[in-house]
Design a protein around this ligand. Sequence first.
Ligand code: NAI
Ligand code: MG
Length: 471
Amino acid sequence: MRTIKEIYINGEFVAPKGTQIFDLINPTSNIKEAEVVLGNEEDVQLAVEAAKEALKAFSQTSKKERIQYLKQLHDAVEARIPELVDVMVREYGGTYQFASMINTYSLDDFKAMTEVLNDFEFQQNVGKSKVNLQPVGVVGIIIPWNMSNGFICTKIASAIAAGCTVVIKPSEMSAQQTQVMAECIHAAGLPKGVVNIVNGLGNIVGAEITRNPGISKISFTGSTNVGRIIAKGAVDTMKRVTLELGGKSPNIILDDANLQEAIPMAVIAAFLNSGQACAAATRLIVPATKLEEINTLVKTTVANFKVGNPADHDTAIGPMVSKIQFEKVQDYIKIGQEEGATLLIGGMGKPQGLEAGNFTRATVFTNVKNHMRIAQEEIFGPVLSIIPYDNEEEAIEIANDTIYGLAAYISSSDTDRANRVAARIDAGRICINGLSHDSKAPFGGFKQSGIGREYGLFGLEEYLEPKAILG
Ligand code: NAI
Ligand code: MG
C-alpha cells in the first residue's frame, strides 16, 4: 500500500512537519488504497515564506516570461493526461467520461490564459494618470475534492499570468491526484517557490492559510458554509477573496423547446460529475401542461444512464466520493419523500450489484414545490427535482427563488426569447440550448454562490491590484 509522505515546498518534495495519517479509501470498493501524511500550520508557514521569497522576482517577470511558464505548465500536464484521468477515476470515483473532459479543460485553461495575457496591458492610462496592475501577492488556494486538479489548473493559470505565487491546499481526500499534479508542476520547471502545495485538513492547514498575514488573497472553491468561515477569517488581515461556492441551478424548459433534445440534455446537466458539481442543473422547471410528457422522457433517459464502475467508458454516474457524501444524498432522498414530492425513478438504497461502493440510485422527484428542501439545498449527488410552472413569468420567479446564483440553463426554439429570459435570471453563467463551456468567459456566482469570477480576463483581474500613479 502506498503512503504519500511528501508535500511540495520551494520547488522540492519534502516531508511535512505534520504527522497525522489520513486514509485514502477507494469509493468504488470502500477498500483503503493508500494513505497520506498530512501537513500542519508550520508547513503552511514554510510554504508562505517560500512563496513570499519567490514573489520578489516573479512579480517582476515580463508577459513573455509568464506566457512561457504557462506553456511549460500546459505541456507538463498534457504529458500526464492518461495518469491524471486514471487517478481521478480511482481515488475520487469520477467517471472516465467526466475525468477525460475535465483534464482537457485544464489544458484549455493554460491556452486561454495565454491568449488573454497576450492582449492584456499591465499599465493603462486612466484620466491624467497611469494605472499599474500589480500582482496582488501570495495567493492561498483552497479547493474541494470534486474536480481537484481541474481547480488547480484554473487557479494557477490566472495566478501565474498575474505574476502571483501560490500556496495550494487541496482536500485531504485528493492526495493521490495532487501527487500527480505536483509532479507535473515540478516538471514544468517554474522558479522555485512559485507554486507550493500543502496537504492537510481544512481546520488546520486551511485555517492557517486564512489567518497567515503573508497571504494577500484566497481563492476558494467549495461549500457555502466553509466559504463563509474563510471570508470572515480573511477580513482580519484584509485578504481579498474569490469564493466559488454552491449552487441549485435552474434549468428552464420554455413551452416551445424541442423536448427530444432538451430533456436528455437536462438529465446530463443534472447528473454531471455524478451530481457532485457546483453547476449541476438540479431544478428542472417545466411547463405544467407538458409535465406528463416530460416525466416520461426523463424516466426513459435516466433508465438508460449507467450507474456503475467509473472506469467503464459508458458509465454516466459513479460512486459518491465518501460514505459521508453517500449518507447525505440518502438523507435528501428520504427528505424529498417526507416532503411529499413524487418519486419518479430511483430512491433510497444502492443499485443492485453495487453494494460495496458508495453508489446511489439516479433519482428524480417530480411535482416538486420550489420551497421544499430538495429544491432549495445543494444535495451534491444525482438527485433531480422537476418543478412545474404555469407561465413564463412564474418560471422566472421560481428560477430566481433561491439563495444561490451560480449557473442557469434555458431551452427554447426561439433564441431571442431564451435571451430575454436569460436577462432576467440572476446567475453568473447561463447556457442556452445545451451544455457548454468557455474557458475565457467568466464563471462565478451571484448571491450566496460566491464572490468574484474566475477564467479569462475577469479571472485575471481578480489577481491584480490597481496602483494609480499621478503626476
Ligand atoms: P468543504 O467546503 O468543507 O471543503 C472544501 C475545502 O475547504 C477543503 O479543502 C477543506 O479541507 C477546506 N476547509 C474545510 N474547512 C475549512 C476551514 N475551516 N478553513 C479553511 N478551509 C477549510 O466541502 P466538504 O465538506 O467536503 O463538502 C460538504 C458539502 O459541500 C458537499 O456535500 C457539497 O454540498 C458542498 N460542496 C460544494 C462544492 C462546490 O463546488 N460547490 C465542492 C465541495 C463540496
Ligand atoms: Mg467540510
